[in-house]
Write a new protein. Sequence first.
Length: 396
Amino acid sequence: MFIHKITDSIDYVGVNDRTTELFEGLWPLPYGISYNSYIVKGSEKIALIDTVELGHTREFMESLRLQGIDKIDYLIINHMEPDHSGGIPLVVTAFPDIKIVGNKKTIDMIKGFYHLMNDYLYVEVAENQTIDLGNISLKFIMTPMLHWPETMMTYCEEEKLIFTGDAFGCYGALNGGVVDDSMECSLYINEMYRYYSNIVAKYGKFVLSALKKLSSVEIEYLCPTHGPVWHSRLAEVLEITRRLASYEGEDGVTIIYGSMYGNTAEMAELFAISLSRRGIKNIRVHNASKSSLSEMLADALRYKGLIIGSPTYNTEIYPPVSHLVSAIRARDMKNKIVASFGGYTWAPGATKKIADNLEAMNFQDAGSVIMKQSLTEEVENNISEVAEKFCALFNS
Ligand SMILES: Cc1cc2nc3c(=O)[nH]c(=O)nc-3n(C[C@H](O)[C@H](O)[C@H](O)COP(=O)(O)O)c2cc1C
Ligand SMILES: [Fe+2]
Ligand SMILES: [Fe+2]
């Protein structure tokens, strides 16, 4: 059997999902996703950290069996979202003497989702409590709203390793290796921006509190529930997470537009050209009818400039752009330099509605350009003017 050793006493026992199209029914998975689970082998006792998604429990149980794991003392549950808790009933059935370890909220959720009502099954833990596995111990660090209320992390001091739940996770199934040392990671780093912006972004301040707690313990391995174990790139992953959680945008501008007949699209092209001519090098343009919401959110969160355009559609913002605008608001994005634009034919509405949304988020607004029907020299001049103001804010 192939055993994925992470350290002397910790093995990887997660599974890959290369069949699900949309994670949470929303987010595309072009490279799949992994559901990570880990075994911690102490001299006296064995703990399993999290399980896997319900549809993948067969491979999961098979991998435990093939690794010769015939006894597990503790099942630690760091996060109850069913992509990790789906295997709980099967694990409890296969290992009837097991104790499930979680905080009060976790245990309530297990009872609610899986109807495992016997209190003798549970060991309830709180901040900084530990359990002893013999030569090593596990300490629980409460990290609520990362990204559910019950989320916690499990720290192994002896191995300088922490099981982090979804924090530091990313889309992308694992392609043979588990620890980042053994793989080329650019795919996973890209997928981390998408994962964070899609799933975690609303909870930046909770992520920052968790990072503060982590800064007081020595860590060499971050073991998330999705994607690689971070070891050689640990500092980089912590920094990406800190930056995203602080809404500190990178140098770059995301232009997102909708267009039915190409008129608003022409405005988007002119905005891109105007920014490029003023020296902005990193520009990402998305047609909202074509790019996934997932990718657009990743760029919108990552870069400090954001320009949004839409034709007026039954007095409203064109639906795919409207969806994006509400997704940005739902994530409480901060610190953006913004502008808006769009076409109309008889009564404009969309651009003002976009601008109102951006204003409600306290972004720095460089202005709006509204175009009746099609491009004119005046519209071109207005775009240049707003681009000029945008660049002044961007470079200040
Ligand atoms: C279903 C539909 C609804 C529309 N609703 C409005 C509207 O409420 N007000 C308006 O001024 N134009 C409306 N329009 C016209 C478009 O906003 C206008 O033609 C615009 O130039 C289209 O931009 P595009 O070429 O980028 O698609 C509507 C067009 C369609 C197809
Ligand atoms: Fe989750
Ligand atoms: Fe997850």
